[in-house]
Ligand binder design. Structure first.
Ligand code: URA
Length: 478
């Protein structure tokens, strides 16, 4: 048995050096035992020096896939005792199975990815739940927090706190390691005890007031709440003391809210220019009229949270029309369809297929950006059938004016809008589907789907099919 003794629980550099040396020396995973300096010594006096050097000195260097290094860097921070051995087993297997990291069903790969995910979640929770308390020392005000991370993520998250609280002197004490920021640099000292941290200060009241004011009783979902704010973090959160009472009062508070008079609409909404929507049953006479009238659309609620409605773009004479799902974050801000990351994929594929975008009309099934807020980010949400149906009125107006020969539905939502029923893309692609207005429908993938595919091979294949579909549609429209 070769024993490897790492300098600390998070000694990734030490693990890498030792693992490289073991692998080059032909030490099989079953023959390696991983431990950490200071851990109980099963091997008594016989324990070897810090890093195993089993004759790998002259062995040729080798490379490992980037995915492995990314996963390994996270897994090392997990509290699992098996992590060093698991990573070495993966490294060993990568010699004969270079694509191993892409096999999601492999037990070792799945375990490693799962551990990495738990570490990432622990880092996220640490960023959300550290609460500083104000103290003072010889140099003036300082902020101190006590935190017990689920995994060893203090060193990983410390730069985040340094950026966020750059002008404060602060320390985050944890049982594993303590991070300190003096407004210039980060330092780390050994783990501490909860008793080393201040227990109460004036900021407690601030946290409680803030939390009580953002708590929305009408949206209470205790299961989801505990998922987002697991109980293990409650004891160090000043605001957690309020939770049981806020939950108990939620129903009565919601009833009182419902009984209240409705409030004024948001300023942003009431500032919208007063333009006439095209009345039901009336046919728009120009694309400009549609673009303007979309800004006053109230056919569903999506206008409330979007910056603006996004109409289609392109010449009225276009023979080919592309219909996407809905504007994304960037389209919502720019007021133009397909200008963000999905638009870039579309542009590239159009260029490869020899289709000039400027000669096509590009629009969406739904004209407002449906999203949810996650911190400062606006995360896309798929429009539901009601929203797609409500917005089809606008698409029909656009189709009526442009009268394209071919309408290409990009993805399932667009297919639902254009064809009026759920249409599996893979089954119906490369077919000319007759539409009631005498145009032809073609379905293909949505560019965002191509962006999301995790596997490089699958991505390349799907992209090639996408280009083929664009070519097919362009020929059909000729
Ligand atoms: N995705 C879409 O479906 N449409 C856009 O305009 C942008 C992204």
């Amino acid at each position: 048995m070769t024993v490897v003794r790492l300098a600390s629980e998070t000694d990734f550099a030490g693990w890498r050096e030792a693992a490289r040396s073991l692998r080059a020396g032909g030490v099989a995973p079953e023959a390696a035992f991983w431990t950490v300096d200071g851990a109980a010594d099963l091997f008594g006096e016989a324990a070897p020096a810090p890093h195993a050097r089993s004759g790998g000195g002259d062995a040729p260097p080798f490379t490992v896939p980037r995915e492995f290094m990314e996963v390994a860097g996270a897994v090392i921070l997990h509290r699992s005792d098996e992590r060093f051995a698991l990573l070495y087993r993966l490294l060993w297997r990568l010699q004969g199975e270079p694509n191993l990291m892409r096999i999601a069903s492999d037990r070792d790969v799945a375990t490693a990815r799962n551990l990495a995910k738990q570490v990432s979640r622990a880092a996220h929770k640490m960023k959300a739940f550290v609460r500083f308390r104000l103290t003072a020392d010889a140099e003036g005000e300082a902020y101190v927090a006590w935190f017990e991370p689920a995994h060893r993520v203090t060193e990983l998250t410390a730069p985040f706190f340094a950026r966020r609280f750059a002008t404060m002197r602060w320390s985050i004490l944890t049982p594993d390691v303590c991070a300190h920021w003096d407004t210039q640099g980060l330092t780390f000292t050994p783990g501490a005890d909860a008793a080393d941290a201040p227990s109460e200060d004036s900021l407690e009241e601030f946290w409680r007031t803030y939390y009580a004011s953002i708590f929305n009783p009408a949206r209470l979902n205790t299961a989801q709440m505990q998922k987002e704010m697991p109980k293990r973090y409650w004891r160090n959160l000043p605001e957690a003391a309020l939770i049981p009472e806020l939950i108990a009062r939620a129903e009565a508070t919601t009833d009182a809210m419902v009984a209240q008079a409705p409030s004024e609409p948001q300023r942003r909404v009431s500032r919208l220019p007063k333009r006439e929507a095209i009345p039901e049953g009336v046919v728009a006479t120009s694309l400009e009229e549609i673009a303007s009238a979309i800004q006053t659309c109230r056919r569903c609620d999506l206008y409330m949270c979007a910056t603006q409605g996004v109409a289609g773009e392109g010449p009225k004479t276009a023979r080919l029309m592309f219909v996407g799902e809905q504007p994304g974050d960037q389209e919502d801000l720019a007021g133009q369809p397909f200008v963000g990351p999905a638009g870039q994929v579309l542009d590239r594929a159009l260029a490869e297929a020899g289709v000039p975008r400027a000669e096509t009309y590009v629009t969406n099934a739904v004209k407002h950006f449906k999203h949810e807020l996650r911190g400062k980010r606006r995360l896309h949400r798929t429009p539901d059938t009601g929203e797609v149906t409500a917005c089809r009125w606008w698409l029909d107006q656009e189709r009526g004016l442009v009268r394209p020969r071919v309408v290409v539905a990009l993805g399932a939502t667009a297919a639902l809008s254009v064809l009026g029923k759920a249409t599996p893309v893979s089954k119906f692609r490369q077919q000319a589907l007759q539409l009631p207005d005498q145009s032809q429908g073609v379905v293909t993938y949505h560019p965002s789907y191509l962006l999301r595919l995790p596997d490089a091979d699958a991505k390349a294949k799907a992209y090639a099919l996408f280009v083929e579909d664009l070519r097919f549609a362009w020929r059909l429209a000729a």
